[in-house]
Design a protein around this ligand. Structure first.
Ligand code: CP
Length: 293
């Protein structure tokens, strides 16, 4: 049984095939590839984009969706995570999408489920469909010519599952990655690093991927204030001026901390395009895992 826990679960040529299929799905027309199939979503951590995107993707393919409302589930009565998942698995869905605040949960559950499991984000570990939709957005923008394109990943990289999945995936497609963060947000990595976001870096990049400061994952306040952090790392008009580049962010955006209000409205900010592309990518992922397994 194949699952999608990290981006390494798909080979490069499979990802290119997913992109071809996702491009077709951008027309947003309903399909019936998954008619009579059912998909269960179990999100133990809040989500706006990923949860709605998977649900939209599943329905656009003709599947039925069972959305477990974890806040009203028997988890609050002491049922273990495994038992909750095992009970939903016993209802024979064709795929289960799981998000959890702890790294490794989707992997552990996948080994015990009878259908494909898709990781909707686990702790600081991995968010494979986010990285796939980010790469798809880049791939589409540069018409498949990703080799050698320069990308700055800016912000709270150490605590970001989006960053770790992107670092895993983007280098496979030849992107030249520079990590930009203050020391306490910088992960151990052999990639090029900068502790300052300056005009020279902007001048030499094709893509900026801004990340959210993950305050909920910080054990203690590690920047004097978010305002101080924003002074150094917020993507604003003064910084990017009229440089030809694209700006990505996985959301949710902390406005005027990650990206200024003004830049949020800039045509170079592809944040809502990422969301649109995300539905198409998740359609391609669900179709592949359910019909090819
Ligand atoms: N990008 C992302 O994972 O957003 P949500 O937390 O809203 O799903």
């Amino acid at each position: 049984m194949r699952h999608l826990i990290t981006t390494k679960d798909f080979h490069k040529n499979e990802i290119i095939e997913l992109f071809k299929e996702a491009k077709e799905f951008l027309d947003e027309k309903p399909r019936d590839f998954l008619k009579e199939k059912s998909i269960t979503t179990i999100f133990f951590e809040n989500s706006t984009r990923t949860h709605s995107s998977f649900e939209t993707a599943a329905k656009r393919l003709g599947a039925k969706v069972l959305r477990l409302d974890v806040s009203k589930s028997s988890s609050s009565k002491g049922e273990t995570l495994y038992d909750t998942a095992a009970n939903l698995d016993a209802m024979s869905p064709n795929a289960i999408i799981i998000r959890h605040a702890n790294s490794g949960v989707p992997q552990i559950l996948a080994s015990r489920m009878h259908c494909p499991v898709v990781n909707g984000g686990d702790g600081k570990h991995s968010h494979p469909t986010q990285a796939l939709l980010d790469l798809f957005t880049i791939y589409e923008h540069f018409q498949g010519n990703t080799e050698g394109k320069k990308i700055l990943i800016v912000g709270d990289i150490k605590n970001s599952r989006v960053a770790s999945s992107n670092i895993e995936l983007l280098s496979q497609f030849g992107l030249d990655i520079t990590l930009v963060a203050p020391p306490h947000f910088m992960p151990n990595s052999s990639l090029r690093k900068s502790y300052h976001l300056n005009k020279e870096l902007i001048e030499n990049t094709d893509i900026i991927m801004s990340l959210r400061t993950q305050v909920e994952r910080h054990e203690k306040m590690i920047y004097a204030s978010l305002k101080d952090y924003a002074n150094d790392f917020c993507i604003n008009s003064k910084l990017i001026q009229d440089k030809k580049l694209i700006l990505l962010h996985p959301g949710p955006v902390n406005r005027n901390i990650d990206i200024s209000d003004e830049v949020m409205k800039d045509q170079r900010a592809l944040i809502l395009k990422q969301v649109k592309n995300g539905v198409a990518i998740r359609m391609a992922v669900l179709k592949k895992l359910i019909l090819e397994n």
